[in-house]
Design a protein around this ligand. Sequence first.
Ligand code: UDP
Length: 480
Amino acid sequence: ESAMEDGGGALLPPHVLIFPPPIQGPINSTFSIAELLCLAGFQITVLLTEDIHSRLQSRGNIQKRFERYPNFQLRTISDGLPEDHPRSNDTFLELYKSLHTKTKVYFKEMLTSGSFESNSGSPVSCIIADSLLRFTCDVAKEIGIPIIYLRTFSACCLWVFFCLPKLIEVGEIPYRREDEDALVNCVPATESFLRRRDLPGYCRYVDTNNPAMELLIVEGEENARANGLIINTFEELEGPILSHIRASCPNLYPIGPVHAHLKTKLAAQNLSLTSTNSNILWEEDKSCISWLDSQPSKSVLYVSFGSLAMLTRDQILEFWHGLVNTGKRFLWVIRKDWKNEILAEFTKATEERGCIVDWAPQQEVLSHRAVGAFLTHSGWNSTLESIYEGVPMICWPCEGDQQTNSRFVEFVWKLGLDMKDTCDRGTIEKTVKEIMDVRRDEFRKSADNMAELARNSLIEGGSSFSAFNRLVDDIKMMSQ
Ligand code: UDP
């Protein structure tokens, strides 16, 4: 009797265990993928560390989001750190070590003792895990369960990670400040435009002996160990880069943009989206939508630097003056600390054309007819959301993959301008005017084109649609 038959011989659906890394960023797109796989009829278990679970729990929307899927369950596992551990960026390596020693043991024990078994009794038949959680692949191989890796950031950044050993070998990183504008030679497909300053933030002034670097240096080999790699992008956007990644990781599933993929699939089944933001720790302020309703078409600049970016007071003030000097209408997401200070600067004139919120329903904002451009930190989710809605971007990247994404936005996709490493009111004003006035038609046209390609990739016969079908078929086959 096969593992997938219950006592009566009826076939049970494949059971996929999904394990995102215990960091905020990837959680949201991981939940979108989980929901897509629920819709495909699989039994789904999402495994979160207790710490992440308790942080999400305070909002309670995971339960609400998934209550219509009887084939969904949530499980938790310890990350092995004491409860009062800060779990900050600075201590990430401690978390990483603990996961790869302690959590690894718990994970294996939970898998082999049937802790993840569903109500209908189906054991886990396939694992989808972020490739940062390397121990999942060791365990999967040890006990003979297929594993597919997942990467939720851009393919262009992943491709740079694949090339890191070479970059270090030839001495292109670490680099000196005065070499920031030198072109990078050994990241194939990007030789004509990728400067050292466009490499992922981790490469800046890097110490190659830093153990954190080791985590990235093995990306290429690590990703090749799994049965496949899911990536949140689409063929029409990053095709040439995906071809290069395929040379070492042949089985790619580019199924993005996953937030829109989910919306499209739900609409096809006449279901509504219950919540897009399972990870969000802040309440969305919907009042900005009625403010947008009263603004002229494409007149508003939406400004948000995502959930993590830390701007200094001086930077905030430069942005503020730059924006005000453009005379444009703007909707600005500023969290807590700086808000009061900016509000104090609000004069009668700016009050009429500005709206400031703690946290916006971003996807709704970007799809609003009044929004004409997006000043963004180039986080991958924000970038995909903007691309999907056809909104041109002004990029002000802060860290990580954002540095690479913004270069692709300007140079490869022609969807906006990259303001990296500059933050003065003059440049801000000039760049906003460039996007919203001077070169408005040009950017609008390429944004419309790319949005159409994104939409087409998600409908029957489209690239992401087909990649998802192939993923579903492969999981069924692997689960037998
Ligand atoms: N977001 C939101 N409201 C806001 C700002 C951001 O809902 O006011 C969402 C946004 O839609 C995106 C996510 O937060 O899905 C930010 O992810 P991204 O990868 O762009 O950046 P990160 O926050 O991880 O740096």
